[in-house]
Design a protein around this ligand. Structure first.
Ligand code: ADP
Length: 285
Protein backbone atom coordinates (compact mmCIF):
# COMPACT_ATOMS: atom_id res chain seq x y z
CA UNK A 1 0.00 0.00 0.00
CA UNK A 2 2.88 2.39 0.85
CA UNK A 3 4.23 2.04 -2.68
CA UNK A 4 0.85 2.94 -4.16
CA UNK A 5 0.47 6.04 -1.98
CA UNK A 6 3.99 7.24 -2.69
CA UNK A 7 3.47 6.82 -6.42
CA UNK A 8 0.00 8.45 -6.30
CA UNK A 9 1.41 11.48 -4.53
CA UNK A 10 4.26 11.65 -7.04
CA UNK A 11 1.84 11.48 -9.99
CA UNK A 12 -0.31 14.18 -8.44
CA UNK A 13 2.79 16.33 -8.34
CA UNK A 14 2.65 17.02 -12.09
CA UNK A 15 0.54 19.82 -10.59
CA UNK A 16 2.11 21.46 -7.49
CA UNK A 17 1.66 19.18 -4.46
CA UNK A 18 -0.76 20.36 -1.84
CA UNK A 19 0.42 20.19 1.79
CA UNK A 20 -1.80 17.13 2.23
CA UNK A 21 -0.28 15.14 -0.64
CA UNK A 22 3.16 16.19 0.54
CA UNK A 23 2.32 14.87 4.02
CA UNK A 24 1.11 11.56 2.47
CA UNK A 25 4.35 11.30 0.56
CA UNK A 26 6.51 12.08 3.60
CA UNK A 27 4.57 9.71 5.83
CA UNK A 28 4.98 6.88 3.28
CA UNK A 29 8.68 7.48 3.01
CA UNK A 30 9.09 7.65 6.79
CA UNK A 31 7.02 4.52 7.35
CA UNK A 32 8.55 2.43 4.62
CA UNK A 33 11.09 -0.09 5.93
CA UNK A 34 12.00 -1.16 2.41
CA UNK A 35 14.82 0.51 0.49
CA UNK A 36 13.55 3.21 -1.91
CA UNK A 37 13.97 1.09 -5.04
CA UNK A 38 11.89 -1.74 -3.47
CA UNK A 39 9.14 0.66 -2.36
CA UNK A 40 8.71 1.66 -5.99
CA UNK A 41 7.72 -1.90 -6.94
CA UNK A 42 4.19 -3.21 -6.65
CA UNK A 43 3.78 -5.41 -3.52
CA UNK A 44 2.11 -8.38 -5.28
CA UNK A 45 5.25 -9.17 -7.15
CA UNK A 46 7.17 -9.35 -3.88
CA UNK A 47 4.75 -11.09 -1.58
CA UNK A 48 1.71 -12.68 -3.23
CA UNK A 49 0.28 -13.67 0.18
CA UNK A 50 -0.32 -9.95 0.89
CA UNK A 51 -2.37 -9.59 -2.27
CA UNK A 52 -6.11 -9.01 -2.15
CA UNK A 53 -8.37 -7.90 -4.97
CA UNK A 54 -7.85 -4.45 -6.49
CA UNK A 55 -11.10 -3.79 -8.28
CA UNK A 56 -12.81 -0.73 -9.73
CA UNK A 57 -16.54 -0.09 -10.11
CA UNK A 58 -17.69 2.04 -13.02
CA UNK A 59 -21.23 3.05 -13.83
CA UNK A 60 -23.54 6.04 -14.14
CA UNK A 61 -24.87 7.96 -11.12
CA UNK A 62 -27.64 5.95 -9.45
CA UNK A 63 -26.67 2.59 -10.95
CA UNK A 64 -25.87 1.09 -7.53
CA UNK A 65 -22.04 1.12 -7.51
CA UNK A 66 -22.02 1.90 -3.78
CA UNK A 67 -24.48 -0.87 -2.92
CA UNK A 68 -22.69 -3.66 -4.79
CA UNK A 69 -19.16 -2.41 -4.03
CA UNK A 70 -19.92 -2.32 -0.33
CA UNK A 71 -21.43 -5.85 -0.35
CA UNK A 72 -18.42 -7.21 -2.23
CA UNK A 73 -16.01 -5.45 0.10
CA UNK A 74 -17.57 -7.24 3.11
CA UNK A 75 -17.52 -10.54 1.24
CA UNK A 76 -13.88 -10.22 0.18
CA UNK A 77 -12.52 -8.46 3.28
CA UNK A 78 -11.16 -5.42 1.45
CA UNK A 79 -12.01 -1.74 2.00
CA UNK A 80 -14.68 -0.09 -0.13
CA UNK A 81 -13.26 3.30 -1.08
CA UNK A 82 -15.83 5.64 -2.64
CA UNK A 83 -14.37 8.97 -3.74
CA UNK A 84 -17.89 10.51 -3.58
CA UNK A 85 -17.93 9.65 0.16
CA UNK A 86 -14.46 11.18 0.58
CA UNK A 87 -15.73 14.37 -1.06
CA UNK A 88 -18.85 14.43 1.14
CA UNK A 89 -16.76 13.80 4.30
CA UNK A 90 -14.52 16.71 3.33
CA UNK A 91 -17.62 18.87 2.79
CA UNK A 92 -19.03 17.91 6.19
CA UNK A 93 -15.72 18.63 7.92
CA UNK A 94 -15.90 22.34 6.97
CA UNK A 95 -12.18 22.14 6.23
CA UNK A 96 -10.35 24.57 3.92
CA UNK A 97 -11.57 22.81 0.76
CA UNK A 98 -15.21 22.57 1.69
CA UNK A 99 -16.62 25.83 0.27
CA UNK A 100 -14.77 25.26 -3.03
CA UNK A 101 -16.04 21.66 -3.22
CA UNK A 102 -19.58 22.54 -2.24
CA UNK A 103 -20.17 24.68 -5.37
CA UNK A 104 -18.67 22.07 -7.71
CA UNK A 105 -20.67 19.17 -6.25
CA UNK A 106 -23.91 21.17 -6.11
CA UNK A 107 -23.61 21.79 -9.85
CA UNK A 108 -22.85 18.12 -10.60
CA UNK A 109 -19.35 18.91 -11.91
CA UNK A 110 -16.22 16.86 -11.28
CA UNK A 111 -13.72 18.14 -8.74
CA UNK A 112 -10.14 18.53 -9.98
CA UNK A 113 -7.92 15.50 -10.44
CA UNK A 114 -5.46 16.99 -7.95
CA UNK A 115 -8.04 17.35 -5.17
CA UNK A 116 -9.39 13.83 -5.74
CA UNK A 117 -5.91 12.30 -5.73
CA UNK A 118 -5.14 14.15 -2.49
CA UNK A 119 -8.33 12.83 -0.85
CA UNK A 120 -7.61 9.31 -2.12
CA UNK A 121 -3.99 9.43 -0.89
CA UNK A 122 -5.22 10.46 2.56
CA UNK A 123 -7.69 7.53 2.58
CA UNK A 124 -4.95 5.11 1.52
CA UNK A 125 -2.70 6.35 4.34
CA UNK A 126 -5.55 5.54 6.77
CA UNK A 127 -6.01 2.11 5.11
CA UNK A 128 -2.34 1.37 5.54
CA UNK A 129 -2.40 2.41 9.20
CA UNK A 130 -5.30 -0.04 9.75
CA UNK A 131 -3.42 -2.82 7.95
CA UNK A 132 -6.05 -3.03 5.21
CA UNK A 133 -5.07 -4.90 2.02
CA UNK A 134 -6.58 -4.57 -1.45
CA UNK A 135 -9.52 -2.30 -2.28
CA UNK A 136 -12.68 -1.82 -4.25
CA UNK A 137 -12.68 1.67 -5.73
CA UNK A 138 -16.05 3.24 -6.42
CA UNK A 139 -16.21 6.54 -8.35
CA UNK A 140 -12.50 6.53 -9.25
CA UNK A 141 -11.14 6.78 -11.90
CA UNK A 142 -13.65 9.06 -13.58
CA UNK A 143 -11.42 10.65 -16.21
CA UNK A 144 -8.79 9.25 -18.57
CA UNK A 145 -6.17 11.27 -16.67
CA UNK A 146 -7.18 9.57 -13.39
CA UNK A 147 -7.13 6.15 -15.10
CA UNK A 148 -3.63 6.80 -16.40
CA UNK A 149 -2.44 7.93 -12.97
CA UNK A 150 -3.91 4.80 -11.37
CA UNK A 151 -2.34 2.58 -14.02
CA UNK A 152 1.01 4.22 -13.32
CA UNK A 153 0.89 3.38 -9.61
CA UNK A 154 -0.70 -0.06 -9.35
CA UNK A 155 -2.23 -3.04 -11.17
CA UNK A 156 -6.01 -3.13 -11.31
CA UNK A 157 -7.28 -6.71 -11.64
CA UNK A 158 -10.84 -6.10 -12.75
CA UNK A 159 -13.20 -3.25 -13.65
CA UNK A 160 -16.89 -3.95 -13.19
CA UNK A 161 -19.09 -1.74 -15.34
CA UNK A 162 -22.66 -1.70 -14.00
CA UNK A 163 -25.37 -0.75 -16.46
CA UNK A 164 -29.01 0.31 -16.23
CA UNK A 165 -31.31 2.15 -18.61
CA UNK A 166 -31.16 5.94 -18.25
CA UNK A 167 -34.81 6.53 -17.24
CA UNK A 168 -34.32 4.10 -14.32
CA UNK A 169 -31.06 5.83 -13.30
CA UNK A 170 -32.87 9.15 -13.00
CA UNK A 171 -35.70 7.66 -10.92
CA UNK A 172 -33.22 5.88 -8.68
CA UNK A 173 -31.21 9.06 -8.03
CA UNK A 174 -34.39 11.00 -7.22
CA UNK A 175 -35.49 8.23 -4.82
CA UNK A 176 -32.15 8.05 -2.99
CA UNK A 177 -32.27 8.85 0.75
CA UNK A 178 -29.60 8.82 3.46
CA UNK A 179 -30.20 8.49 7.22
CA UNK A 180 -28.47 11.51 8.74
CA UNK A 181 -27.84 9.57 11.93
CA UNK A 182 -26.54 6.12 10.91
CA UNK A 183 -25.43 7.09 7.37
CA UNK A 184 -27.42 4.17 5.84
CA UNK A 185 -28.35 4.44 2.14
CA UNK A 186 -31.96 3.77 1.13
CA UNK A 187 -34.18 4.25 -1.88
CA UNK A 188 -37.87 5.09 -1.91
CA UNK A 189 -38.28 4.70 -5.70
CA UNK A 190 -40.54 1.88 -6.79
CA UNK A 191 -39.67 0.93 -10.34
CA UNK A 192 -42.05 -1.14 -12.43
CA UNK A 193 -41.46 -0.85 -16.16
CA UNK A 194 -43.54 -3.05 -18.43
CA UNK A 195 -41.92 -5.04 -21.24
CA UNK A 196 -42.45 -3.22 -24.52
CA UNK A 197 -41.44 -3.62 -28.19
CA UNK A 198 -39.13 -6.53 -27.41
CA UNK A 199 -37.30 -4.77 -24.55
CA UNK A 200 -37.71 -6.52 -21.20
CA UNK A 201 -39.59 -4.98 -18.27
CA UNK A 202 -37.87 -4.14 -15.01
CA UNK A 203 -39.04 -4.30 -11.41
CA UNK A 204 -37.07 -2.79 -8.55
CA UNK A 205 -38.64 -2.69 -5.12
CA UNK A 206 -37.83 0.29 -2.88
CA UNK A 207 -35.07 -0.21 -0.34
CA UNK A 208 -36.87 1.16 2.69
CA UNK A 209 -35.14 2.15 5.94
CA UNK A 210 -35.92 0.64 9.36
CA UNK A 211 -38.56 2.52 11.37
CA UNK A 212 -36.02 4.40 13.53
CA UNK A 213 -34.33 5.94 10.47
CA UNK A 214 -37.65 7.02 8.87
CA UNK A 215 -37.74 10.52 10.39
CA UNK A 216 -34.03 11.16 9.75
CA UNK A 217 -33.91 10.71 6.00
CA UNK A 218 -32.21 13.37 3.91
CA UNK A 219 -31.69 13.79 0.16
CA UNK A 220 -28.26 14.59 -1.31
CA UNK A 221 -28.11 18.18 -2.56
CA UNK A 222 -26.92 16.89 -5.98
CA UNK A 223 -29.84 14.46 -6.38
CA UNK A 224 -32.22 16.99 -8.00
CA UNK A 225 -33.50 16.30 -11.52
CA UNK A 226 -31.43 19.08 -13.17
CA UNK A 227 -28.20 18.11 -11.40
CA UNK A 228 -28.66 14.36 -12.02
CA UNK A 229 -29.14 15.07 -15.74
CA UNK A 230 -25.94 17.14 -15.70
CA UNK A 231 -24.07 14.33 -13.88
CA UNK A 232 -25.29 11.83 -16.49
CA UNK A 233 -24.09 14.17 -19.26
CA UNK A 234 -20.69 14.51 -17.58
CA UNK A 235 -20.49 10.74 -17.10
CA UNK A 236 -21.06 10.20 -20.83
CA UNK A 237 -18.51 12.83 -21.75
CA UNK A 238 -15.72 12.23 -19.19
CA UNK A 239 -16.15 8.72 -17.79
CA UNK A 240 -17.42 6.66 -20.70
CA UNK A 241 -13.96 6.91 -22.33
CA UNK A 242 -12.61 5.26 -19.15
CA UNK A 243 -14.77 2.20 -19.98
CA UNK A 244 -13.01 1.99 -23.35
CA UNK A 245 -9.62 2.47 -21.64
CA UNK A 246 -10.18 -0.71 -19.59
CA UNK A 247 -11.99 -2.58 -22.39
CA UNK A 248 -8.86 -2.25 -24.54
CA UNK A 249 -6.81 -3.73 -21.70
CA UNK A 250 -9.19 -6.71 -21.39
CA UNK A 251 -10.14 -5.76 -17.82
CA UNK A 252 -13.75 -4.66 -18.26
CA UNK A 253 -16.61 -6.85 -17.09
CA UNK A 254 -19.92 -5.45 -18.39
CA UNK A 255 -22.85 -6.26 -16.12
CA UNK A 256 -26.41 -5.30 -17.07
CA UNK A 257 -28.40 -5.16 -13.86
CA UNK A 258 -31.46 -7.34 -14.37
CA UNK A 259 -33.49 -5.71 -11.55
CA UNK A 260 -33.19 -4.95 -7.84
CA UNK A 261 -30.74 -6.41 -5.31
CA UNK A 262 -32.47 -9.81 -4.80
CA UNK A 263 -32.30 -10.53 -8.51
CA UNK A 264 -28.99 -8.84 -9.35
CA UNK A 265 -26.74 -9.85 -6.43
CA UNK A 266 -26.68 -13.63 -7.09
CA UNK A 267 -26.15 -13.02 -10.81
CA UNK A 268 -23.31 -10.61 -10.13
CA UNK A 269 -21.66 -13.17 -7.82
CA UNK A 270 -21.99 -15.79 -10.55
CA UNK A 271 -20.46 -13.44 -13.13
CA UNK A 272 -17.55 -12.91 -10.73
CA UNK A 273 -17.22 -16.64 -9.92
CA UNK A 274 -17.95 -15.82 -6.31
CA UNK A 275 -21.21 -17.71 -5.76
CA UNK A 276 -19.30 -20.44 -3.95
CA UNK A 277 -17.71 -17.82 -1.67
CA UNK A 278 -21.16 -16.43 -0.72
CA UNK A 279 -22.47 -19.99 -0.05
CA UNK A 280 -19.59 -20.69 2.34
CA UNK A 281 -20.07 -17.39 4.12
CA UNK A 282 -23.83 -17.90 4.54
CA UNK A 283 -23.22 -21.45 5.80
CA UNK A 284 -20.73 -20.15 8.38
CA UNK A 285 -23.04 -17.32 9.55
P1 ADP B 1 -22.51 9.53 -8.31
O1 ADP B 1 -23.70 9.11 -7.52
O2 ADP B 1 -22.81 10.60 -9.33
O3 ADP B 1 -21.73 8.38 -8.88
P2 ADP B 1 -20.50 10.13 -6.26
O4 ADP B 1 -21.11 9.96 -4.93
O5 ADP B 1 -19.55 9.08 -6.72
O6 ADP B 1 -21.64 10.41 -7.31
O7 ADP B 1 -19.71 11.53 -6.32
C1 ADP B 1 -20.33 12.74 -5.89
C2 ADP B 1 -19.55 13.91 -6.45
O8 ADP B 1 -18.19 13.87 -5.94
C3 ADP B 1 -19.38 13.92 -7.96
O9 ADP B 1 -20.49 14.49 -8.63
C4 ADP B 1 -18.13 14.77 -8.12
O10 ADP B 1 -18.40 16.15 -7.93
C5 ADP B 1 -17.27 14.32 -6.94
N1 ADP B 1 -16.38 13.17 -7.31
C6 ADP B 1 -16.41 11.92 -6.81
N2 ADP B 1 -15.45 11.15 -7.35
C7 ADP B 1 -14.78 11.95 -8.23
C8 ADP B 1 -13.68 11.74 -9.10
N3 ADP B 1 -13.06 10.55 -9.20
N4 ADP B 1 -13.26 12.81 -9.84
C9 ADP B 1 -13.85 14.00 -9.75
N5 ADP B 1 -14.90 14.27 -8.96
C10 ADP B 1 -15.38 13.26 -8.19
Amino acid sequence: MAAIITRLAKRASTAPLSPLARRCLISCQVNSHAPPHAAARFPTREDPSDRRVQWVFLGCPGVGKGTYASRLSSLLGVPHIATGDLVRDELASSGPLSSQLSEIVKQGQLVSDEIIINLLSKRLVAAEAKGELGFILDGFPRTIKQAEILEGVTDIDLVINLKLREDVLLEKCLGRRICNQCGGNFNVASIDIKAENGSPGMVMAPLLPPVNCMSKLITRSDDTEAVVKERLRIYNEMTQPVEEFYRRRGKLLEFNLPGGIPESWPKLLRALNLDDCEDKRSAAA
